[in-house]
Design a protein around this ligand. Structure first.
Ligand code: SF4
Ligand code: SF4
Length: 147
């Protein structure tokens, strides 16, 4: 990987290795989100996708786009356009010309710094709940705030 590539190169010029390294592993993008029909504000919930593993990794990564219609493929264009991505998301930040947060694994050299900063979805309090365990009528109970 090139030195501080996230600072000096646009997303569409990154190697595959650099692209993958940008993900901080927070898994916030695997939480269910709701959009206010009137204001178009996006609200995050503590409901997680059924395929999210306890290690914050997708258990069906190669088939995710067919198994979960709402799952997205991150691309340079998506990183810029998807304003519902969490503010901490490295793809969004680089696409917008913003610096990486100081706890990002590429800055600290360790993924543990992300967890120490409480950025992993498994550190939410109360803990996230699987989508398969939520009654459709009660989803509003799980709203936790904006991204
Ligand atoms: S929100 Fe961004 S940085 Fe966090 S897991 Fe999703 S893609 Fe990776
Ligand atoms: S399919 Fe995988 S990547 Fe997509 S939302 Fe679910 S856990 Fe996340």
């Amino acid at each position: 990987m090139r030195t501080k590539f996230w600072k000096y190169y646009p997303l569409d010029e990154l190697s595959q290795e650099e692209w993958e390294a940008l993900c901080d592993g927070c898994a916030k993008c695997c939480l269910t989100k709701f959009e206010d029909e009137e204001t178009h504000e996006v609200w995050y919930s503590s409901i997680h996708c059924q395929y999210l593993g306890k290690d914050c990794r997708c258990q069906v990564y190669d088939q995710r786009l067919t198994k979960v219609p709402g799952c997205i493929e991150m691309t340079p264009a998506a990183a810029k356009d998807y304003d519902w991505l969490p503010e901490s998301c490295a793809y969004r930040r680089v696409a917008l010309g913003q610096p990486l947060p100081n706890w990002h694994p590429l800055i600290t050299g360790s993924r543990q710094s992300m967890e120490r900063k409480g950025q992993s979805v498994w550190q939410l309090d109360p803990a996230p709940i699987c989508e398969t365990q939520v009654n459709d009528e009660h989803w509003q109970d799980y709203i936790i705030g904006k991204g």
